[in-house]
Design a protein around this ligand. Structure first.
Ligand code: BGC
Length: 945
C-alpha cells in the first residue's frame, strides 16, 4: 500500500514534469495538449474504505436541546476517500439503555440530511448515533466514531419555572439592566450531567457560581417574541459544584423592548424584560433535580449597567459593580423579590441557528487626535460588535466612546449617517488599577472609535481599544482569491458585509436606527451568503420569522421580524410627494407584498434548498409560500402586478426627488418577480412530489410570462423603461421566448454601451448583471463590468478605501462627498450579491444538483485576471478549483469530493484534449469541453488557441 503523502509527492513531481512538457510544446502546431496525473488512493485495492466523519445532527455538531421530532443526520467521507461513491448506508441511534433506531441497510447514496424514523424521543435525553457506508463494490467501512445529540424540554408543561424580571416600569424609557439571582444546593455529591435551558423576552447573560455560561452574546437573539421565543441549551456540568451553588443572570432590553426602527419607537413586544431558565441536574445515582426561575429569586437594578440599548449604546458605571453576585455566599439582602410575569403563550423553540458570538478581534492600526482631547482609534476595518476598553484611571473618571464608519475631511469621525442612533458607550472607572470594559446589550457598526476622557492626565495607547467582532457563529465555507488585489478586497468587503449583518437575522445595516431584516436585501444576497458561510440554519430560522409575520392576505412583510408596521404606518407617507406616496401604498399601510422584497419568501427557501439539498425547508414553508403566491394572483390584474414598491432600489438613475419612482417600471419589476415565483413554486412542487401543483404553477408561470411580454416587450425586443435592469430581469428570469432572446440581449448590450460599460442598476438589477452576461455567452463583458474602476462600479468604493459593501454606489464620491445623511450606510451587503457569480464563474465552483451532490466546476477566465483560487466546504466535503493562464497555457486543478460527481467545463479546450482517468467527455461548446468527473484530484493543462 502506498502511503498518502507519498502518493501526493509522486503526483506533484509528475505534474511538474508534465507542466514543463506543456511549456516545451507551446510552439507545437497541435492546438491542445492535455496532461493529467490522477493517482487516486481509492484505486489502490489495499486502501480501506474511509469511515464517515463530520457527523451532524440537524446540520450541527452534537447539538443540545433539540426539539424536532425527526432530526436529520449528515456525514462526509473525508478528503482521502478518493473516488468513493456510497451505494448504501446503515445508521444506528441509541441511548444509554439501548438502540432506539436502526435504519437497516439503505441502498442510497444520500449522506446529507437523512431523516430519523425511529421511536418518539424523550425530553432531555442524550442520544448517540453512528453510521457506516458501503461502496459500489459492496465493501463496508467501519462504523464512524459516534456523534451525539440531546433533546430539550419537548412538552410545555415540562417547563417548571416562571418568567421573572424587575418590577414593571412605570414610564416608557430605557432602564438599567437588571440582575437576578438564586441559591440552590445539590442533593447528592456526584453530578453526572447538568443542562441549562434559557430564554428571555430581552437579552440575557447567565452565570453559575461566578462563571459565565457559554460565550453567546445578545442571546437568545431576535424573533417575533409574541409568537416564538428561542431557547438555547448549555452544558453546565462543570459549573455545578457539590453543596451550595448560585445561579443568576443579567437582563437587557434588546429587540424585545428597546428602540427599533427609525421612528424611535420602543416596546415592540413588551414593556419589561423577563427571563425563563431551567437547570436540570442528573446525578450518578439516576436521580434528578430541577432549579428554575421563580418568585423566590431576587433582583436588583442598582448595578453597573446603567443603560443599555441596541442603537444607543451602553452606560457602565464600574463603581456600581455588584461584586461576586453569582456566588452562593453573596449577601443579597439588599435585593428585592423578582416580579413574576405572565406567560404570553409564545411557542418556546430550540434555537435553530448558531447564537451570536465574538468571532474575531481587531487591533488598532492608527491612533490620533482629531481635536484637542478627542482621540480617534482606527481599527482598519469597518466591523460590527463593540470594543474592549483597557484603562487605568482614578475612580469616577468618565470615558466616552463614539462609533462611526468613515471620516470627515478633517479626520474627525463621521456620524451623520447614524440618524437617531446614539451609538455611544460610556464607562465610569472604579479606580485602583487596570480596568477592562466590554458592553453587554448593544452593538455598533464602525471602523473608528472616538474616545473622550474627562481627565486629560489618563494615558491611552493603541492597546487601549480592541475591536470585538460579533456575528452569528456560522461556519465559513467559501474562499476566493485571484490575481487582482482589488477584486480580492471586493471579496473581503462582501464577506465583512455579511459578518456585520448576519446577527440572528439578515439585517440591512448595522449602524443607524434601522438594522432590520429587509426581505429584498436578503433575497438578492442569499446566494453569495451561502458561498461565504454555511447559512442553512440561519435562513431556516429567519424563514420562520418571515412566516410568523406573514399577513392574513398571504403577503409577506417588508422586514422580518416585522417591526415596520407593528405600531402603525411604516413610512411617513404624509411627508412624501403624492407620486411616491402612491407607489409606496402597500408598504406604507402595512399591507406588505412589496415586489422583490416579499418575494424573498419563495426565493430564499429555494436557494437554501439548492445549496444544501435538504427539501424539508421547502416542505416547512410550502403552505406559506402557496399563500403568498395566491396573494400575488389576487392582487394582479390579468397577471400584471401593481405599480408599487421600492423598485430597483437606489439605481443610479433614480431621481433624488422621487426615490421611490424606479427608472425600471414598478409593474414590470413586480410582474417579472411574479413569474419567477410561479416558476420556482412549480419546481418546488416537483421536488415535493405535488404533481397537481406542478401543473398549476407551470401554467401560471406561462400565463404571467405571456402577459409580461405582451405588456412590456416591444416587437424589436425593447423593454419598457429601457433600463439595464429591465433587460436583466427579463433574461435572468427566463421570461422571453427563445426567438426573441437575441433581440432582447442586444438591447441589454446597447444599454451597457450607452453607459460606457458602467452599470446603472440598483438592488434588483445588480445581482443579475454578470450572471446574465455569462448565460448569454458574454462573460468577457461581465469581466469588463466587474473590473470597471470608474464610478459607478463595484471597484469604485474599493478604490476609495471601502472595507465593506456600501448601501449606495455613491455613498461617498470624490466629487460629491457623502450622500444624503438620511440613508447612507457603509455596510449594506446587497451589492455584494456579485460574489456568487465571482465564485461560480471566475472561481469556477457552483452546484449542478441540489446540495452539490453534483458539482459544477466551470471557471471561465477573462481578460484582466490571470489566476483564481477558490474553495467551498460543501455538504459532501471540500471542493477546490484553481486555474491560471499564461504563455498560451491554461492550467486547471480541481478536487471533487467523495460521493459526488462533477460537471466540468474545460474552458478553451477542444476534443483533442486527452482526458485523464476519471473524466469523460460529454460534448463541446463554444466555451470549451464539457466533461463529467468522478471524485478525485485533477490537474489539467491545455494550450490556448
Ligand atoms: C433599507 C434597505 C431596504 C430599503 C427598502 C432601506 O432603508 O436600508 O436596505 O431594502 O429601505 O426601501
Amino acid at each position: 500500500m502506498i502511503a498518502a503523502p507519498l502518493l501526493f509527492e509522486i503526483q506533484k513531481a509528475l505534474s511538474e514534469y508534465l507542466r514543463s512538457a506543456v511549456n516545451d510544446s507551446a510552439n507545437n502546431s497541435r492546438s491542445l495538449v492535455a496532461v493529467e496525473l490522477n493517482l487516486k488512493m481509492s484505486e489502490h485495492a489495499e486502501i480501506e474504505i474511509m469511515k464517515p466523519i463530520k457527523l451532524k445532527t440537524n446540520h450541527q455538531f452534537n447539538p443540545l436541546g433539540i426539539d424536532s421530532p425527526q432530526p436529520s443526520f449528515s456525514w462526509q467521507l473525508g478528503e482521502e476517500a478518493g473516488r468513493f461513491q456510497q451505494s448504501a448506508f446503515e445508521l444506528r441511534v441509541q441511548t444509554e439503555s439501548g438502540v432506539v433506531w436502526e435504519s437497516g441497510v439503505v441502498a442510497e447514496s444520500q449522506s446529507h440530511a437523512v431523516l430519523y424514523a425511529g421511536a418518539t424521543f424523550g425530553s432531555q435525553t442524550q442520544y448517540g448515533w453512528t453510521v457506516r457506508v458501503r461502496d459500489s463494490d459492496e465493501n463496508w467501512s467501519d462504523w464512524s466514531e459516534p456523534a451525539t445529540f440531546e433533546t430539550g424540554l419537548l412538552q410545555r408543561d415540562e417547563w417548571k419555572g416562571q418568567w421573572i424580571g424587575e418590577t414593571p416600569r412605570t414610564e416608557s424609557e430605557t432602564m438599567p439592566a437588571s440582575t437576578l439571582r438564586s441559591r440552590f444546593k445539590t442533593e447528592s455529591s456526584a453530578v453526572k450531567r447538568a443542562r441549562l435551558v434559557a430564554t428571555a423576552g430581552g437579552l440575557y447573560e447567565v452565570f453559575i457560581n461566578g462563571e459565565r455560561v457559554g460565550e453567546d452574546v445578545l442571546a437568545p437573539g431576535w424573533s417575533n417574541y409574541d409568537k416564538r421565543r428561542q431557547v438555547i441549551a448549555y452544558d453546565v456540568t462543570t459549573l455545578v459544584q457539590p453543596g451550595d451553588n448560585a445561579i443568576g443572570a443579567s437582563l437587557g432590553e434588546g429587540w424585545f423592548c428597546g428602540y427599533l426602527f427609525y421612528k424611535r419607537e420602543r416596546e415592540f413586544y413588551g414593556t419589561d424584560p423577563h427571563l425563563l431558565l431551567q437547570l436540570e441536574i442528573e446525578y450518578a445515582d439516576g436521580t434528578r433535580q430541577t432549579v428554575c426561575t421563580d418568585e423566590n429569586w431576587k433582583v436588583t437594578s442598582d448595578g453597573p449597567i446603567v443603560l443599555a440599548d441596541l442603537y444607543d449604546g451602553e452606560v457602565y458605571d464600574a463603581r456600581k459593580e455588584l461584586g461576586d453576585w453569582s456566588l452562593p455566599e453573596y449577601d443579597d439582602s439588599g435585593w428585592h423579590a423578582a416580579h413574576v410575569y405572565e406567560d404570553n403563550g409564545a411557542q418556546l423553540v430550540s434555537k435553530l441557528n448558531p447564537p451570536i458570538r465574538p468571532i474575531e478581534e481587531l487591533q488598532t492600526v492608527e491612533l490620533y487626535e482629531s481635536a484637542p482631547g478627542v482621540k480617534v482609534f482606527n481599527l482598519g476595518q469597518n466591523m460590527v460588535g463593540w470594543v474592549r476598553l483597557k484603562v487605568n484611571a482614578q475612580r469616577g473618571t468618565k470615558i466616552t466612546l463614539k462609533f462611526g464608519e468613515w471620516l470627515n475631511d478633517d479626520r474627525s469621525v463621521y456620524r451623520g449617517n447614524l440618524r437617531t442612533a446614539k451609538a455611544t458607550d460610556t464607562y465610569i472607572c472604579k479606580g485602583g488599577g487596570e480596568e477592562i470594559f466590554e458592553p453587554h446589550f448593544t452593538f455598533h457598526g464602525f471602523q473608528y472609535v472616538e474616545l473622550v476622557c474627562d481627565n486629560d492626565a489618563v494615558v491611552f495607547d493603541a492597546d487601549s481599544i480592541t475591536g470585538r467582532v460579533l456575528c452569528t457563529d456560522m461556519e465559513q465555507t467559501g474562499t476566493f482569491e485571484c490575481s487582482d488585489p482589488l477584486i480580492n478586497r471586493l471579496q473581503q468587503n462582501i464577506v465583512w458585509g455579511q459578518r456585520g449583518n448576519f446577527l440572528d437575522v439578515p439585517t440591512d445595516c448595522p449602524q443607524r436606527d434601522e438594522r432590520v431584516g429587509w426581505t429584498g436585501d436578503a433575497q438578492v444576497f442569499v446566494g453569495a451568503a451561502a458561498f461565504n458561510y454555511n447559512v442553512e440554519t440561519f435562513f431556516e430560522k429567519w424563514l420562520c420569522d418571515l412566516s410568523d409575520d406573514q399577513l392574513e392576505t398571504g403577503a409577506y412583510p417588508d422586514v422580518a421580524p416585522d417591526v415596520a408596521c407593528k405600531n402603525g404606518l411604516h413610512w411617513p407617507i404624509e411627508s412624501m410627494s403624492p407620486l411616491s406616496a402612491k407607489i409606496l401604498r402597500g408598504s406604507a399601510f402595512g399591507e406588505g407584498g412589496c415586489a422583490a422584497w416579499a418575494d424573498a419568501g419563495i426565493i430564499c427557501p429555494w436557494v437554501i434548498y439548492e445549496r444544501y439539498g435538504d427539501a424539508r425547508i421547502l416542505e416547512r414553508q410550502y403552505d406559506s409560500m402557496a399563500a403568498f403566491l395566491k396573494f400575488l394572483e389576487d392582487e394582479s390584474n390579468h397577471f400584471i402586478r401593481p405599480f408599487e414598491g421600492f423598485g430597483d432600489w437606489l439605481s443610479i438613475d433614480t431621481s433624488p426627488a422621487e426615490i421611490f419612482l424606479s427608472p425600471t417600471p414598478q409593474d414590470l419589476i413586480g410582474t417579472a418577480y411574479f413569474a419567477y415565483d410561479a416558476q420556482l413554486m412549480a419546481n418546488i412542487a416537483e421536488v415535493l412530489g405535488k404533481e397537481a401543483d406542478v401543473e398549476k404553477y407551470r401554467t401560471l408561470a406561462e400565463n404571467i410570462k405571456k402577459a409580461f411580454c405582451d405588456e412590456f416587450v416591444s416587437p424589436k425586443g425593447r423593454l419598457a423603461g429601457d433600463t439595464q435592469t429591465a433587460y436583466l430581469l427579463a433574461l435572468g428570469f427566463d421570461l422571453i421566448s427563445e426567438s426573441m432572446q437575441d433581440k432582447v440581449f442586444e438591447n441589454l448590450v446597447l444599454a451597457l454601451e450607452r453607459r460606457d460599460w458602467k452599470l446603472s442598476t440598483g438592488f434588483l438589477g445588480t445581482p443579475l448583471l454578470c450572471p446574465v452576461l455569462t448565460k448569454f455567452g458574454r462573460t468577457d463583458m461581465a469581466y469588463r463590468l466587474l473590473l470597471q474602476q470608474e464610478y459607478p462600479s463595484w471597484l469604485y468604493p474599493v478604490l476609495q478605501g471601502a472595507t465593506t459593501m456600501w448601501e449606495r454606489w455613491n455613498s461617498w464620491t470624490k466629487e460629491g462627498g457623502f450622500e444624503s445623511i438620511g440613508m447612507n450606510s457603509f455596510n449594506h451587503y446587497a451589492y455584494g450579491a456579485v460574489g456568487d457569480w465571482m465564485a461560480a464563474t471566475v472561481g469556477g465552483i457552483s452546484f449542478a444538483e441540489p446540495g452539490y451532490k453534483k458539482v459544477r466546476i466551470a471557471p471561465i477566465p477573462g481578460e484582466g485576471i490571470t489566476w483564481a483560487k477558490t474553495s467551498y466546504a460543501s455538504p459532501y466535503g471540500k471542493i477546490s478549483v484553481d486555474w491560471k493562464t499564461g504563455d498560451r497555457a491554461f492550467e486547471l486543478n480541481f478536487t471533487v469530493p467523495a460521493n459526488t460527481t462533477a460537471e466540468v467545463l474545460v474552458s478553451g479546450a477542444d476534443a483533442s484534449l486527452e482526458l485523464p482517468d476519471g473524466m469523460t467527455l460529454v460534448g463541446q461548446t463554444a466555451t470549451g469541453l464539457e466533461c463529467i468527473a468522478l471524485p478525485g484530484m485533477y490537474r489539467l493543462s491545455t494550450l490556448i488557441r
